[in-house]
Design a protein around this ligand. Structure first.
Ligand code: MRU
Length: 341
């Protein structure tokens, strides 16, 4: 199940909102449909979003009818801003869009721009795939035989194009022959843990138990968890980490229960322009995601809702950040700068 694929001159996206019940693919050559797939989480997970947007920019470039290179670039820039608004927290999206814009600007010739953009989109995809292989290997080195691991949201192949980040580390440890058990949080409101993480782990025959988000503290307090490992959507220079809503609560609980709390993400998730987590833009999503479960309204009509999709975990709670450039420990600002760029 490839989350995103360039196929027959168009974009093919696996609709993750339908998983695990149905495996449905969207095939499109309309950039608006690609943007809709990102904003509706048909494709989701920071690395996969970046790749989908890169291919979306190729579709956009193919559709632009402009007389001059200047007009072409100005229209493309407008479409990049449109993509950027779909999921503002994941740094992979803005990074992929900037790279695509740079390539277009450097090219200068409208007849060859589309080809150059497609090459760049393929490169972004390959880089993400390679990064997850490396992260998985480094992450697996921290996992001992017999470990029980708690993870949040979905950070596997569906989210990343490659092997995965946090889930990639678990899958690599299993492939190395270690016996691992996993607790996967359901991850309200959109249930990526329940729908996707359990699916990916079961496909690899990994022992997984699904828990309600609020069961995590109880299970940690029982002494059943050896490690918590999660992904990241954006990392500030001081090591603060933005990730799926609920991550911060897990980090505090892990700290309270003396359990190591690891973050796994490509070094490109670092945003050097953001000095600390408080400056990271947190995506607010539609209220119906909270008031409805499986298409059924469960709250009184018109109830006020707050639906932040991400939270920020202060770096003090992070035992290490597992990247494609190795495992990074505190002091984060110094050590992240050392590995970045
Ligand atoms: O809203 P989502 O499903 O895109 O959120 C996904 C996460 O929060 C992941 O932990 C993160 O993107 C890292 S994916 C390797």
């Amino acid at each position: 199940m490839k989350p995103v694929e360039w196929r027959d001159g168009g974009l093919r996206i696996l609709d993750q909102t339908k998983l695990p019940r149905e495996e449905i693919y969207i095939e499109t050559s309309d950039f608006r449909e690609a943007a809709e797939a990102i904003s509706e989480l048909r494709v989701r997970g920071a690395p996969a979003i970046g790749v989908a947007a890169a291919y979306g920019m190729v579709l956009a470039a193919q559709s632009i009818q402009a007389d001059t290179t200047r007009d072409f670039l100005s229209e493309l820039q407008g479409i990049a801003s449109f993509f950027l608004r779909t999921r503002p927290t994941a740094v992979n999206l803005s990074r992929a869009l900037s790279r695509m814009e740079e390539v277009a600007k450097k090219n200068g010739n409208t007849s060859t721009i589309c080809e150059s953009l497609l090459t760049e989109a393929h490169t972004i995809q390959e880089e993400e795939e390679k990064a997850t292989e490396l992260i998985s290997g480094f992450g697996a080195s921290l996992i001992s035989d017999g470990f029980t691991i708690l993870t949040h949201c979905n950070t596997g192949p569906l989210a990343t194009m490659g092997r995965g980040t946090a889930l990639g580390a678990i899958l690599s440890a299993v492939r190395e022959g270690k016996k691992i058990s996993v607790f996967a949080t359901e991850t309200r409101p959109l249930l990526q843990g329940a729908r996707l993480t359990t699916l990916e782990l079961r496909q690899e025959n990994v022992d997984v138990a699904l828990i309600c988000d609020f069961a995590a503290g109880h299970i940690m307090h029982q002494g059943r968890i050896d490690m918590v490992i999660v992904g990241a959507d954006r990392i500030a220079l001081n090591g603060d980490v933005a990730n799926k809503i609920g991550t911060y609560s897990l980090a505090v609980l892990a700290h309270e229960n003396h359990i190591p709390f690891y973050v796994a993400a490509p070094i490109s998730t670092l945003d050097p322009k953001v000095s600390s987590g408080g400056k990271i833009v947190i995506e607010e999503r539609n209220s119906t995601e909270v008031t409805n479960v499986g298409g059924v309204e469960i709250a009184p009509p018109g109830v006020k809702v707050k639906n932040p999709a991400f939270d920020v975990t202060p770096h003090e709670y992070v035992s290490a950040i597992i990247t494609d450039k190795g495992i990074i420990y505190a002091p984060y600002e110094l050590n992240l700068r050392g590995k970045y760029g």
